[in-house]
Design a protein around this ligand. Structure first.
Ligand code: SF4
Length: 196
């Protein structure tokens, strides 16, 4: 593996002002003291989904690399393995397709997500849409047929009830802007004009 230089970083990350530097010059990046956003770990490239895969959003992966986003998976934190059976919400409970009730694990993970937000002062979260834990607007309807319904996942609902602003991955710029308003840490203008 060759050494990373500011120039190579710039080629890899055009449009990211936090990584800009003169060609051939090593650029020291100042890490923030703490992250500003909680983000679903799968959106940051971590292979924690039920099927053992991830669903990375490049902008969120970069925020995690820079220490501005704190990746977190409520289902893993709640004790579920990866890979695992899929799960869908039916009312206030969550089930696997075989009928097993996994609500307790998802609720435990949601409480840990909230504890993390409180410990680290995180006021906003970017969460994976459609997930029974992380869905912010839509979740699957419990029939395991691919149908979706308006609703929130277990962790998203608990965070919102506790006052954490929750956003889907399509709204990540709004989340960055909300976190920036609540923080003194500079985000180099992100959240306003740097859509992927
Ligand atoms: Fe991603 Fe949330 Fe599902 Fe974990 S629980 S894999 S973070 S959507």
């Amino acid at each position: 593996m060759g050494e990373k230089t500011a120039a190579s970083e710039n080629r890899r990350n055009p449009g990211n002002p936090g990584l800009q530097g003169k060609p051939g010059e090593r650029k020291e990046r100042k890490r923030p003291e703490k992250p500003l956003l909680l983000v679903s770990a799968c959106l940051c490239g971590q292979a924690v989904r039920y099927d053992g895969r991830s669903c990375p959003v490049p902008a969120l992966c970069r925020l995690a690399e820079e220490g501005l986003a704190r990746p977190f998976c409520p289902e893993c934190a709640g004790g579920l393995p990866t890979p695992r059976l899929p799960a869908e919400c039916r009312g206030s409970r969550v089930f696997h397709p075989n009928g097993a009730d996994c609500t307790a694990a998802l609720e435990a993970g949601a409480r840990l997500a909230l504890s993390l937000c409180r410990e680290q002062g995180l006021t906003a979260a970017v969460l994976k849409e459609n997930s029974p834990s992380c869905g912010t607007h839509w979740i699957y309807d419990g029939s395991f047929t691919g149908r979706k319904t308006a609703g929130m996942g277990v962790a998203a609902r608990l965070l919102r009830q506790a006052g954490v602003q929750v956003f889907s991955e399509r709204e990540w710029e709004d989340a960055v802007a909300a976190a920036a308003r609540a923080s003194t840490v500079s985000l180099n203008g992100r959240g306003t004009d740097q859509a992927e």
